[in-house]
Design a protein around this ligand. Structure first.
Ligand code: ZN
Length: 237
């Protein structure tokens, strides 16, 4: 690591408690801050912190909040060059037939503006892959947040996606986590906390990176550095 700190590729700074239990948040030099609903966008815009990279979007859980008015409000907040997220598809909560057009509408916007999208995906790998193939061609990047499916790494890699791993992965066995980390190409790996939704036992990014690095046969500094470089290339070109 360069010594300037790490990137957190997905967190929710407009939600209460995002920085509690996050012992080393002061070492985070780039924060990809996501939103889930329109009523969070004003607070997101008001975040006064040079480390913040802003993402605005409608999360699949709130897909019924999408409307022509919301679409034009989204275009407004994106006028400063911000990105789109958290958007996606969730088979465990809500109706996919409602979520999918909202997801694809937001992908179309990101595609036409050449922005990065951050994608929430629960039990919907095949559907997300299909939506991305059809609607994300012009995006400057696709971040698959809280990624967990080693069997889909290959097709998502082929369309240029990045894979962001969150501390919630540690609820799986070491063998399964190792298999996932081995499947993800080194130049596509990102690390996130999803704070405040980081899961039990979380104390900070470095401790999380140490756990992963131990499974990968490397060290936390190297891993944090790789993920930081990947995020830098993704966002800054
Ligand atoms: Zn999130």
């Amino acid at each position: 690591m360069s010594g300037t700190g790490f990137t957190d590729s997905h967190l929710h700074m407009v939600e209460d408690g995002y920085d509690s239990d996050y012992g080393d948040i002061a070492d985070c030099h780039r924060m990809l801050a996501c939103t889930a609903r329109r009523d969070e966008w004003a607070a997101q815009a008001a975040l006064d912190d040079g480390r913040v990279v802003r993402f605005y979007g409608i999360h699949p859980w709130y897909a019924d909040e999408w409307s022509a008015d919301t679409r034009s409000a989204l275009l407004d907040v994106l006028s400063d060059g911000s990105h789109i997220g958290e958007i996606g598809l969730d088979s465990k909560r809500g109706d996919l037939s409602v979520q999918r057009p909202v997801f694809e509408n937001q992908l179309d916007i990101a595609s036409s503006l050449g922005r990065v999208v951050t994608v929430h995906m629960v039990g919907t790998e095949a559907e997300v892959l299909s939506s991305l193939r059809g609607h994300a061609g012009g995006c400057s990047g696709v971040i698959l947040h809280s990624y967990g499916s080693d069997s889909y790494v290959k097709p998502f890699t082929e369309i240029g996606c990045h894979f962001s791993v969150s501390p919630r992965i540690l609820s799986r066995s070491d063998i399964r986590v190792s298999r996932l980390l081995k499947a993800i190409p080194g130049d596509r790996l990102l690390l996130e906390t999803d704070a405040p939704h980081h899961g039990r036992g979380f104390t900070g990014m470095r401790a999380f990176a140490e756990r992963l690095a131990g499974l990968m046969g490397t060290d936390a500094d190297t891993l944090l550095g790789i993920a930081d470089d990947n995020a830098g290339r993704l966002l800054d070109g």
